[in-house]
Design a protein around this ligand. Sequence first.
Ligand code: GLN
Length: 483
Amino acid sequence: MMAKTIKQIQQGLAQKKFSSVEITQHFLDRIDSHNSTINCFITVTGELALQQAKSADLVIARGEAQALTGIPLAHKDIFCTDGIKTSCASRMLDNFIAPYDATIIEKFKLGGAVMLGKTNMDEFAMGSSNENSFYGPVANPWDFERVPGGSSGGSAAAVAASLAPAATGTDTGGSIRQPAALCGISGIKPTYGRVSRYGMIAFGSSLDQGGPLAHSAEDCAILLQTMAGFDPRDSTSIDRAVPDYSEQLNADIKGLKIGLPKELFAEGLDSDVAKVIETAIQEYRRLGAEVVDIQLPNSNLAIPVYYVVAPAECSSNLSRFDGVRFGHRCDNPIDLEDLYKRSRAEGFGDEVKRRIMIGTYVLSAGYYDAYYLKAQQLRRLIKQDYEKAFEQVDVILCPVTPEVAFKQGAKTDDPVSMYLQDIYTLSLNLAGLPGISIPAGFSQQLPVGMQLIGNYFDESRLLNVAHQFQQVTDWHLKAPEVG
Ligand code: GLN
């Protein structure tokens, strides 16, 4: 079928070119044909999807359609979905049927969207390659032997392969932007507090933020419109009006000040990736933007700080999975201690255990000051770097990843080289800032992403700046051949 993007599906539905049931069936058929190869869905909710599509068609027929009425979407399996398995790609939650909807799921339901299923991810969102899933790795649709990025790799691969027009993801240290980059699609991580975390299984609570992955900035704007907003059920949610993200997409960017942080173009960046980004910068110059050099002197601290803060928070968050209240429980425990130990030993995968151990260590009485407290102090310096930079520029442009999608297995035995993949994405989570990743070109026939970082609550501008680039380039329209 003809329609691939949300925008196109909206138009097709409005012009009665197809019904929601037809377009939903189209995506379900594609999932049926390709999921065994790509492994991007953990759960496919075909029956529910068709039911929701049928209701959506009635709403459309009555002329009461909202922006997302009848639009099929996929959701990262980190969002609780009432009555549907919500596994976080962990054996620990393999048997967990969520008893309620996450706020964003509820909002999509109220908005009339259709749910195709739940997407694969790194276990508890820990990883950069989607190889840490209890349900097996996800293949990159551009090259099945390569990783799609992580942790929202299932969502990114599903969109890139057109098994879903768009999907939700979460980003604690890059998990929307990095898989979007490696799969050649667009993804935005909003300002911390913009999108409710209620019902989103917690990894690093001071870093986690949900957001959309889609084919274009325009589609991201449509999805973010529904996702964003204050939620009294999330105490870190910010009560601030949500602008009309689509309205500002076409604003002229003449005179826009783009900052290039020299620290993020230094050693370690693949030279082909650097060339692609250089060309994109030229494109922005042609569009009338002014490009200036800026400094983020503490960016080298992002990896060590993040890999103290995130494990610390996860070790606390994951303590609730104890085999008692819900989730995996070992067989025939001999006593309570055995129940805790074996349930957790069996339920969690290696990377999750590694993070729990690091986190427990840095939070322990003897090491708290040396690691956790110090990391929080350095986190402040990283935030201050950005504050200074935004006194000079409107947006910051930099790479998303140091290289294109790597081969599956290439980094699984070397956690530090895996952590280094996050070098350009972590710092804005530490600062709480929004960032978008959009396709900027290709290297070795694999997509290269570019990252735009905005000031707090400047999602409209990021979407606008990304959309303007997508008006004069066609990288975001390229699709892998998956059949
Ligand atoms: N790759 C990073 C990690 O492993 C970020 C993950 C994320 O954003 N959820 O922690």
